[in-house]
Design a protein around this ligand. Structure first.
Ligand code: SF4
Ligand code: SF4
Length: 395
């Protein structure tokens, strides 16, 4: 495993971190046995950064059980979890959620604790008003939080002011070759590094978008030079090429993914990207951007919808209709509607209540975009056809 030094405290962190929001079976029911095997294998191979969150359903509790069943494991890793600020309106709430995280994880302290999902400077100011700074200081003094950081999904202009608003030990940003100028972006990465703040990268594959086979033009560039055309390898190497990146999180849910990512991490040191790979990324970026109309990463923070609309499923189908053709988009839309499992919920079922949009880290105007999905994919009569078809399925 390749390790990178945390410039703030000298921790040797594995370049590949384990993102714990996509354990096997999540979100319905975690397959504990498969998850335990994944975590143990990862740690055996040198992964020493585990990133979970209060809001990742079942994830903290599963990790807690894995620590209990495997004495000594806790000491081998740096554990990160996050404060769900959307649920907090007072200092007492901060206490409640940290206490619950510690109980679920069955630990006394968190190595890397994040203010989860700051979407603007204003959202930080609100937390300051309700006493977050005093609260952090108290928790650090008590040794319950070792390093304090924040994860960011706001506009580029708010990132630097946030970096300077508190004595952060680390930060976490969404970053990948398609998001160089989106949210914190490359400018934010460099700004954090210039302040000696380590950067943890999330969404390295943009919710799986960059794991799809590379567009033909990018493949051609790599094939010409007999270089691997594996899209995940290319996307991860693009990140590890940058010395300012400390840890790249990957939400791995299969041993094969874990092994491939570890193999990639082993030789992806700063400056590793070849001229050929740089040209391939340029070609891939142009082609992927073309079909990536709604910037949904599939994180699921907007769910559940009271009308049971599968929001990420609808957006995925819409994007697929540009990437792989309109017909494929309609097929995916029908699947996302639940028609095949006997429960029909279409984009047109949205009542525009707006609850989902407040939770979207990508700031997508979800009700409006569901209208766009409906116009492109919900052909006239589709709802009726599916409802009639459903009667046969339900029988
Ligand atoms: S705005 Fe529409 S999609 Fe969003 S939660 Fe409300 S009903 Fe569901
Ligand atoms: S719409 Fe937003 S919150 Fe919902 S899955 Fe997509 S990116 Fe996540």
């Amino acid at each position: 495993m390749q390790f990178r030094t945390n410039p703030k405290n000298g921790d040797q962190l594995s370049a590949l971190g384990f993102g714990c929001m996509r354990f096997p079976g999540m979100p319905a029911r975690i397959d504990f046995e498969a998850t335990e095997k994944l975590i143990l294998t990862a740690v055996e191979q040198g992964v020493n950064y585990l990133d979970t969150a209060y809001i990742y359903t079942g994830s903290e509790a599963a990790l807690g059980d894995i620590f209990t069943r495997n004495p000594g494991l806790r000491e081998k890793v740096k554990l990160a979890t996050k404060l769900p600020i959307l649920k907090c309106s007072s200092m007492a709430d901060f206490d409640t959620y940290l206490n619950r995280s510690l109980e679920r994880l069955k630990v006394d302290s968190v190595d890397y604790y994040l203010i989860h999902n700051l979407t603007s400077f204003k959202s930080w100011e609100h937390l300051v008003e309700i006493g977050v700074e005093e609260w952090i200081a108290k928790q650090q003094e008590a040794g319950r939080i070792i390093n304090i950081g924040f994860s960011f999904h706001g506009p580029e202009g708010d990132f630097e002011p946030l970096l300077d608003a508190y004595a952060w030990d680390f930060c976490q940003i969404q970053y990948n070759y398609l998001n160089e100028h989106y949210q914190a972006g490359t400018a934010g990465l460099k700004a954090a590094a210039a302040r000696g703040i380590p950067v943890i990268v999330m969404e390295p594959l943009l919710g799986g978008k960059l794991a799809a086979p590379l567009p033909e033009k990018a493949q051609a560039v790599l094939t010409e030079e007999e270089t691997s055309t594996d899209p995940v390898r290319l996307a991860l190497r693009w990140l590890w090429d940058k010395p300012e990146v400390t840890v790249v999180l990957s939400g791995m849910n299969a041993l094969s993914q874990l092994e491939e990512n570890i193999a990639t991490a082993n030789d992806a040191n700063p400056g590793c990207l070849t001229e050929t790979e740089i040209r391939a990324v340029d070609a891939a970026r142009a082609a992927v951007a073309e079909s990536y109309k709604i910037p949904c990463t599939g994180c699921g923070y907007c769910m559940p919808c009271p009308r049971k609309v599968d929001i990420p499923g609808c957006f995925n189908a819409y994007n697929a209709s540009f990437a792989h053709g309109w017909f494929q988009g309609v097929q995916q839309y029908v699947t996302a509607s639940g028609a095949l499992s006997g429960k029909l919920h279409l984009a047109s079922d949205c009542t525009q209540c707006g609850a989902c949009a407040k939770r979207c880290p990508q700031h997508i105007d979800i009700p409006k975009e569901l209208g766009t999905v409906k116009r492109r994919l919900q052909i006239p009569g589709l709802a009726t056809i599916l409802k009639v078809g459903l009667r046969f399925i339900v029988r």
